[in-house]
Design a binder for this molecule. Structure first.
Ligand code: PLP
Length: 369
């Protein structure tokens, strides 16, 4: 048995999402841009998914642009807005935001010790950015960001606000971030939908240039034949999330809090990152004094526990976390972080397994060092 505690990396596909996808992987394989009835069935599925996702997020169907996931949505938002104008993001964004901002010679604003964007530093920046990008919640720590205050800091300036809501979608009320930003990134695989499918909300009136040119799909903003099955799966997963979110928040929060209490009690030198009241319900990120996260993760994996150090890149190499460094932790502390992230399949057995295995594993690593 594996205790899967890496829902912030990806989540298992929800059965309802798989059911919604199956027809478009088999009989209803049409291209939604076509005119015949096979194509029209695919088109109808995309239209219905768009309506449903818009309804779940509290936006208009015409404001949803389907993409290949969070990375593409972030890139489209950042590269497509305000070419030639200055841009600003927080220093703790996902690389899908940090890298495009860096390549456009953008600026980065600091975060405080709690891992939240420092509103004072935003208010005092000495230039007028065309785009500001601040995530709704951080993927490593789970710290929820004050998006409304970010908006207010730029209330009197002509700024487009982008928010990467990839981690926030399964947990937060969309009104908490959707109301304050013009551009919002979403990724299906973080909430029980398929990988390789996402959306960018583009509020009407927001000027955006496409990254991809071709057949003009998605209101000319994202050319390319839509991933019909993926889109249908994303809509079904999001509907299930929104229908059950209150119960699920309470259930997962109870599990997560028992994990936090247990680890802080049973593992000497363990510290929780971020204040509990600022965290998404599924996240519990710890720093373990004197431990290299990589070694700990290998031993946990051998014991059947899947967790992560949050900043793994595609090569699998672990870097000191830029998020922890931005929060003021030393390089050594930034290498000692481990994220346990719970989600829709998490159970009390998963938590029990971590509490059974972790204290001895940490003790063994310290003894070996
Ligand atoms: N933004 C955040 C906050 C994420 O956590 C992730 C994935 O880890 C992404 C963007 C990238 O999303 P995707 O994997 O769909 O490209």
């Amino acid at each position: 048995m594996t205790a899967y505690l890496d829902h912030a990396a990806t989540t298992p596909l929800r059965p309802r999402a798989l059911d919604a996808m199956m027809p478009f992987l088999t009989d209803d394989f049409g291209n939604p841009s076509g005119a015949h009835s096979t194509a029209r069935r695919a088109r109808k599925a995309v239209d219905e998914a768009r309506d449903s996702i818009a309804d779940c997020l509290g936006v208009r169907p015409g404001e949803i642009i389907f993409t290949s996931g969070g990375t593409e949505s972030d890139n489209l938002a950042i590269k497509g807005v305000a070419p030639g104008r200055q841009m600003l993001s927080s220093a703790i964004e996902h690389p899908a935001v940090l890298e495009p901002v860096r390549r456009r010679s953008g600026h980065f604003c600091s975060v405080n010790k709690d891992g939240q964007v420092d509103i004072g530093s935003l208010e005092s920046i000495g230039f007028e950015p065309g785009l500001v990008s601040v995530m709704a919640a951080n993927n490593e720590t789970g710290v929820i960001q004050p998006i409304e205050q970010v908006r207010n800091a730029f209330a009197r300036r002509r700024v487009t606000l982008h928010s990467d809501a990839v981690q926030a979608v399964p947990w937060l009320d969309p009104a908490d971030y959707v109301a304050h930003a013009e551009l919002i990134s979403v990724s299906a695989h973080k909430f029980g939908g398929p990988k390789g499918t996402g959306a960018l909300v583009v509020k009407s009136g927001t000027a955006l240039e496409p990254l991809l040119h071709g057949g003009g799909q998605e209101r000319e903003l994202r050319s390319g034949t839509q991933n019909v099955a993926g889109i249908a799966g994303m809509a079904a997963a999001l509907r299930e999330v929104r229908d059950g979110v209150d119960q699920e928040r309470t259930r997962v929060l109870t599990l997560r809090d028992s994990l936090i209490t247990g680890i802080l009690h049973d593992v000497p030198g363990a510290s929780l990152t971020g204040r509990p009241e600022l965290l998404l319900p599924g996240h519990a990120h710890f720093r373990f004094e004197g431990i290299e996260s990589e070694a700990l993760l290998v031993l946990l994996d051998e014991a059947g526990i899947a967790a992560s150090a949050a900043s793994s890149c595609a090569s699998g190499a672990l870097q000191p976390s830029h998020v922890l460094t931005a929060m003021g932790y030393s390089v050594e502390e930034s290498r000692s972080g481990v994220r346990f992230s719970l989600g829709w399949t998490s159970t009390s057995q998963d938590v029990d397994m971590v509490l059974k295995v972790l204290p001895d594993t940490v003790k063994r690593l310290r003894a070996a060092a």
